[in-house]
Design a protein around this ligand. Structure first.
Ligand SMILES: [Zn+2]
Length: 403
């Protein structure tokens, strides 16, 4: 790869993020920068702690180290997943490796201060347990179960989150931890987490969460797609054929969510004489061999597949991942989805398409929240800003010393 000079320190660092060791000569060749410039910039990145001599050992005889790589343990981030009735937080290094994790039964409906004060305590506990100072915390990523304006970190009219509408989530946490706070909806962070853990080489994927509601996180060309207002992927209220008379909580009728989300599946199972309150109960029935539950789940798969087929035609993903509680029904759900998608989508779009259940499962969300934070901290712009701040501090110190 050859970049157009002048290459900034942040962009030089971007090369080093691949985790492989680099020599100065390789960096000079890749960037077109002079060897002396590379040396100065590596020096800055080492002072910031982001880059370290590869292998940890300096070469003998006083010579400078020959190989450099990302130093993943220099800084830490916390990824937080807030669900309807639970929350979890994980401390990770800059590779996204989990160093510690905490969970709590806490309802998002208890309001932002109850939930976010738990986050504040959890960050402190996680840092203490790993014996790292608060100065090592570089950012916090949070997923919330509702629509979020990503640029400001504020939830917007979230249906199951009373008290959260336009609440300034970053400002609340920054009173305690003065670091960047990135907020997104739960489905988007699940898509990021699944990709980071299991689908690193996949640039076009859709993760569909089927739980109490239905939504999708879309990664296209390697970039999470939020859309103009952050509502991209809101599949739950797309109309499905043959459900015109089924009312939905949004006020319309015939929505996908009204026929294929957890509560609808439980109702369909009850209508055929079996006991189920939630999507989780339906999954349990499927696992215990209930023919009724299997049939209901398969039909839900077909309905979801109708909408997924349109999505496949529109954005041509290479992998569709099914996550969320109802994904626990496994092949019974996938079979229905595949049936509709292969029937309705263009042959070229489905030729290499994989439709699979989530492998990251319950960890997808915290991993994705951590990935959101890491991407921010290690972005060329953020690294450039940190190196400029360091240079300004050096200049000020020099001026003070020269007085
Ligand atoms: Zn609806």
């Amino acid at each position: 790869m050859c970049l157009t000079p002048p290459v900034r320190t942040g962009e030089l660092f971007d090369l080093l993020r691949d985790g492989r060791p680099w020599t100065r000569a390789q960096l000079a060749e890749a960037t077109g920068l002079a060897r002396s410039t590379i040396t100065a910039r590596i020096d800055t990145l080492m002072r910031l702690g982001l880059v370290a001599p590869f292998g940890g050992a300096r070469s003998t005889g006083g010579r400078p180290p020959a190989l450099f790589a990302l130093n993943p343990t220099a800084k830490l981030v916390v990824g937080v997943d807030v669900g309807a009735t639970h929350a979890s937080a994980a401390l990770t290094d800059l590779n996204g490796s989990i160093l510690g994790e905490v969970d709590a039964q806490i309802a998002v409906a208890d309001g932002p201060e109850a939930v976010l004060s738990w986050v504040v305590e959890s960050v402190r506990d996680l840092l203490e347990a790993s014996e790292r100072p608060v100065e090592d915390l570089a950012a916090i990523g949070i997923g919330l179960p509702g629509p979020v304006e990503h640029s400001t970190g504020r939830p917007i009219n979230p249906p199951i989150m009373p008290g959260w509408d336009r609440f300034d989530v970053p400002a609340y946490l920054q009173e305690k931890y003065p670091v960047p706070v990135l907020v997104d909806n739960d489905v988007n962070i699940m898509a990021l987490g699944e990709r980071r853990r299991h689908l690193r080489d996949v640039d076009d994927l859709v993760l569909i969460k089927v739980a109490t509601g239905i939504g999708a996180g879309i990664v296209s060309g390697g970039i999470l797609q939020r859309g103009a207002q952050g509502t991209a992927g809101d599949l739950g209220h797309v109309r499905v054929p043959g459900a015109d008379d089924v009312p939905c909580r949004c006020g319309n009728s015939g929505c996908l969510e009204a026929v294929a989300a957890g509560p609808a599946l439980a109702a369909a199972v009850r209508a055929q004489g079996e006991q189920a309150e939630t999507g989780g109960d339906v999954v349990e029935l499927v696992r215990s061999g209930s023919r009724v539950a299997m049939g209901v789940v398969r039909q839900a798969g077909r309905d979801i597949g109708e909408v997924v087929a349109t999505m496949v035609n529109l954005i041509n993903p290479s992998v569709v991942v099914i996550g969320g509680q109802v994904a626990g029904a496994g092949e019974h759900l996938l079979a229905g989805i595949r049936e509709s998608v292969y029937h309705r989508s263009l042959p070229l779009a489905t030729e290499h398409l994989r439709i699979v259940t989530s492998r990251a499962g319950g960890e997808a969300a915290v991993l994705g929240a951590s990935a959101l934070a890491i991407e921010h901290v290690l972005s060329p712009d953020a690294v450039e800003a940190a190196s400029e701040a360091l240079a300004a501090a050096d200049a000020a110190a020099e001026a003070a010393g020269g007085r």
